[in-house]
Design a protein around this ligand. Structure first.
Ligand SMILES: [Zn+2]
Length: 405
């Protein structure tokens, strides 16, 4: 029974829409621009930007183009700054001001970073899961509005049955909305280089009670790196705004039966926008170069440090072969004439005796060769002694250490 009453109510509502259409003139003299989200409702998040900011930037640019080139058209905004406006308030602003056209600007997002392209929606029913997903995301802002169930007649964007809510939707402006949506998509295709995902329909709350031709355009995927770069660039924002503007011109010509020359895209995108992007790109490149140089410097320093460390290890000569040729109970100066025929004299104390060595080698064979020479000099008992970190070790121990390297 309750459902029946709702259906009857919606039916009556649709009749009032038809009535208001008949009383509306064919003029396009007031356009309501609705930059999606705002304030504490950022919409979709890109890696470098928020949807609400792009929507606003494009919306403002679109408004400026209309004011400059269509003097007989008045522009109103649902928001001109970074503020939160309830979805129902947005359609109320449009209907209170008796706008003739409602344009809601949004950016798409997808868990798949590969999703790309533009699409423009009119209010309507859909069975397409993809379209329902887009509407669900755009309707989700109401969840943080106080008393949203009351405000939106019990509508729950998370309920699988939520599309039934729109089932009796009859819009006298459906045809005009679709026609305008088609014009936008064609302009996007010609002037933005973004892929055309087409004209679609789904249940958007912001379009539901907007008693005028109304569309919601998704101007690209903020989740796609390449498209996000385009969406945050001045050139991209101007090209998108100019495309929508050209669609408005075509729609005005079609609706009013007037004739005028639609400004070219080149005349609508200011040269300063392209220059600003180039300057920004240069700054970006310089930043990258600086970061690369810093990284190189850091790596060089690291390598330098490593090589100093490895030099230190070789300098340490923790394993040293010497030839011991002389022993004395008293310490003798190594510069004594007794040692004048020996190189690299070194002495160490073992118990009560001072022992004298010659040579300093990294390997056993060189030490053996010196031992031979020293024996020839008459020191028949000369033999190789090995030190590891200044402690005497055996040949076996030295071999083990060498094998571990
Ligand atoms: Zn959005």
């Amino acid at each position: 029974m309750k459902n029946y009453i709702i259906i009857l109510f919606l039916f009556l509502l649709s009749l009032t829409s038809v009535y208001s259409q008949q009383t509306r003139s064919n003029k396009l003299s007031k356009i309501c621009i609705d930059p999606g989200h705002g304030g504490d409702k950022p919409g979709a998040r890109g890696s470098r930007s928020l949807e609400k900011d792009i929507n606003l930037a494009v919306g403002i640019k679109l408004g400026e183009l209309i004011k400059e080139h269509l003097k007989d058209v008045e522009v109103i905004y649902t928001r001109k700054t970074d503020i939160d406006v309830a979805l129902i308030k947005r359609s109320q602003i449009a209907s209170k001001n008796k706008a003739d056209l409602f344009i809601s600007i949004h950016c798409n997002a997808s868990p798949s970073r590969d999703a790309f392209g533009t699409e423009t929606f009119a209010m309507g029913l859909t069975k397409s899961k993809e379209n329902i997903e887009v509407a669900k995301k755009e309707n989700a802002d109401i969840l943080s509005e106080a008393n949203y169930q009351e405000t939106y007649d019990g509508f729950d964007p998370n309920s699988p049955e939520s599309s039934i809510f729109f089932s009796l939707y009859q819009n006298a402006y459906m045809e005009q909305s679709l026609s305008f949506a088609d014009k936008i998509q064609k302009q996007f295709t010609s002037h933005t280089g973004l892929y055309n995902r087409g004209v679609k329909q789904a249940g958007f709350l912001v379009l539901f009670k907007t008693p005028m031709p109304a569309i919601l355009t998704e101007i690209g995927f903020i989740s796609n790196h390449r498209e996000e770069t385009y969406l945050i660039s001045q050139k991209g924002q101007y090209e998108i705004a100019a495309s929508i503007f050209r669609a408005i011109c075509e729609y005005k010509i079609y609706k009013e039966g007037v004739k005028f020359i639609v400004p070219s895209i080149e005349s609508l995108v200011p040269k300063s926008a392209i220059k600003a992007d180039e300057e920004l790109k240069q700054i970006e490149i310089e930043k990258q170069l600086l970061a690369q140089a810093k990284e190189r410097e850091r790596k060089n320093k690291e390598e330098e440090r490593d090589s100093i460390n490895s030099e230190n290890t070789t300098n340490q000569k923790d394993l040293i072969y010497r030839v011991q040729f002389y022993t004395s109970p008293e310490k003798i100066d190594i510069n004594h004439s007794k040692f004048k025929d020996f190189e690299n004299i070194w002495t160490y104390q073992d118990k009560d005796l001072w022992k004298y060595t010659s040579g300093e080698f990294d390997d056993y064979s060189n030490a053996l060769a010196l031992q031979k020479d020293i024996k020839k000099k008459g020191y028949k008992d000369a033999f190789v002694v090995i030190f590891y970190n200044d402690s005497r070790i055996t040949l076996d121990q030295a071999r083990k250490i060498e094998n571990q390297r």
